[in-house]
Design a binder for this molecule. Structure first.
Ligand code: BES
Ligand code: MN
Ligand code: ZN
Length: 508
């Protein structure tokens, strides 16, 4: 879809585009609505007097043939109480606008929602929200359906009316950011929705390598295969993939955008289990197909690498796609096995279904060589996190509080929420093993925390945060597939970091 900005007015619109105008609760007219009322000789106020629209969020009214207006359609959109707007409500309004426009058959629309008095910051956020929710609303995954059974969105072009230089500049930046982010979210969703017979580890490496071809000035990729894993002593990683005929592969995607190419990188590690059957500790059959989404952490990391390269962010970032397949079989690892990890610590396997932490701990050890400034891992790690937080918030666990605060700030801005859970010594005891240094599962309680405690034993040398996206990476309730979370959160986190850098540079 195409997004534009213009300095224009209602009178100047021709008949082929639809116009969108805000009405607030208790039939309050926005300044643009007042203007429309004036030029249409009170048409709008007379409609509202007849209770045509109250102005509540979710309400809308489509008008045709409004006096003295050339546009074929005018969409009045309920925006609730004027001073009670928040992000959630705003997103809902944007969703209604996009659905109504698309359903009405509009190919083009001009939005008169950015009033002249709106600050640059508000303009920036309004446009970001609209563009990102437009993509979210119109998303569908049809790659495996015959063409005849699918419908394409009709809406093609949206123009925002703005006023003045400041609004103009803020809009350009917002369009640029949100297009890259929306594209990234689509990449993460598409990849998450892919079936596991196609999206296996080597498929992920193909994508990682392609990225290095597309952005050859900024990105290089290195693939670690089983042979190299063996020479690195990543025995826990190898054990998880040993029951699958698909090779375990770890893709390292390096992006260098920082002015100082030697600046310490931010490292993102994504869990990429392309199918998690549970292994010998086999999962129950019901909903086992959902375990194709067990690579959504890796999909998010891959999507983020696309976004930062697209926006040329002034950062050094390394993305790791830690992928393999967890299957039962005669070569599979078993409960009772003791594995020596790359770090030297030994792990007693008590359940082969707690596989994510076994591949992540090796990836988290491997990346020490990059001397990272910050490490964030993203993983559909525990069913316990779904029990604790449902599908609203991702779990956030960390060994560094300032990083927690930064991530919470970004998550609120991006409407991609997280909840901070504790990691402390008292929980660590639960994963002590009788026969090895660590057990791969706890005693059953606080499963999201004990899983993070396991990872924490491998992340002592750097500032680290863990995002458990088991409840948020896909929508199991409505069966609408991958959500693209937490791409919005992480791209906001990286944008904030880039802005800080740009600001500190301009101060000098
Ligand atoms: N990929 C699953 C976690 C998961 C389960 C995500 C359900 C989303 C929905 C993970 O590998 C797993 O199986 N974890 C086990 C750990 C347990 C054996 C300690 C779990 O949560 O049941
Ligand atoms: Mn599992
Ligand atoms: Zn898993």
């Amino acid at each position: 879809m195409e997004f534009n900005i213009k300095i224009t007015s209602i009178e100047k619109q021709r008949d082929n585009s639809s116009i969108v105008i805000a009405i607030f609760e208790s039939r309050q007219l926005s300044p643009t609505a007042e203007h429309l009322d004036k030029i249409s000789n009170g048409y709008l106020s007379s409609l509202l007097r007849h209770d045509a629209l109250e102005g509540k969020i979710g309400q809308s009214l489509l008008l045709y043939n409004v006096p003295n207006v050339l546009s074929k359609r005018i969409l009045l959109i309920g925006c609730g109480k004027q001073n009670e707007m928040d992000l959630q409500k705003y997103r809902k309004i944007m969703h209604t606008i996009i659905t109504k426009l698309n359903d009405s058959g509009s190919m083009e629309a001009v939005l008169f929602l950015i009033e002249p008095n709106l600050s640059e910051e508000k303009v920036y956020w309004s446009i970001r929200q609209l563009i990102e929710s437009a993509h979210e609303t119109l998303y569908s995954f049809n790659q495996f359906k015959q063409r005849s059974s699918t419908t394409q969105p009709i809406l093609r072009k949206i123009t925002f009316n703005v006023s003045g230089q400041n609004q103009w500049t803020a809009s350009i930046e917002a369009i640029q950011h949100s297009l890259a982010i929306a594209k990234g979210i689509k990449i993460a969703k598409d990849l998450g929705n892919m079936p596991p017979n196609i999206c296996n580890s080597s498929y992920l490496t193909l994508l990682a390598n392609q990225l290095a071809t597309t952005y050859n000035n900024y990105i290089t990729t290195h693939i670690i295969n089983e042979k190299e894993m063996d020479s690195l002593s990543m025995n826990a990683y190898l054990a998880v993939g040993s029951g699958s005929k698909n090779e375990s592969l770890m893709s390292i995607i390096k992006y260098k955008g920082h002015l100082d190419t030697n600046a310490r990188p931010i490292v993102l590690v994504g869990k990429g289990v392309t199918f998690d059957s549970g292994g010998v500790s086999l999962k129950p059959g019901k909903n086992m197909h959902h375990m194709k989404y067990d690579m959504c952490g890796a999909a998010a990391v891959y999507a983020i690498m696309n976004i930062i390269a697209d926006l040329k962010l002034p950062l050094n970032v390394i993305g790791v796609l830690a992928s393999c397949e967890n299957m039962p079989g005669s070569r599979a690892y078993r409960p009772g096995d003791i594995l020596t990890t790359m770090s030297g610590q030994t792990v007693e396997v008590l359940n082969t279904d707690a596989e994510g932490r076994l591949i992540l701990c090796e990836a988290l050890t491997y990346i020490n060589r990059f001397n990272p400034e910050i490490v964030i891992d993203i993983a559909t790690l525990t069913g316990a996190c779904v029990i604790a937080l449902g599908n609203h918030m991702s779990g956030l666990l960390s060994n560094y509080d300032p990083l927690v605060n930064e991530l919470i700030t970004a998550s609120k801005q991006a409407n991609d929420h997280v909840w901070h859970l504790p990691i402390s010594k008292t929980y660590q005891k639960q994963i002590d093993s009788k026969f090895a240094d660590i057990a791969n599962i706890g005693e059953g309680e606080a499963g999201a925390i004990t899983a993070a405690c396991f990872l924490a034993r491998f992340t002592k040398k750097y500032h680290w945060a863990h995002l458990d996206i088991a409840g948020t990476a896909w929508d199991s309730k409505n069966n609408t597939g991958a959500t693209g979370r937490p791409v919005a959160l992480l791209s906001q986190f990286l944008l904030n970091r880039s802005h800080l850098k740009i600001k500190s540079l301009t101060k000098i």
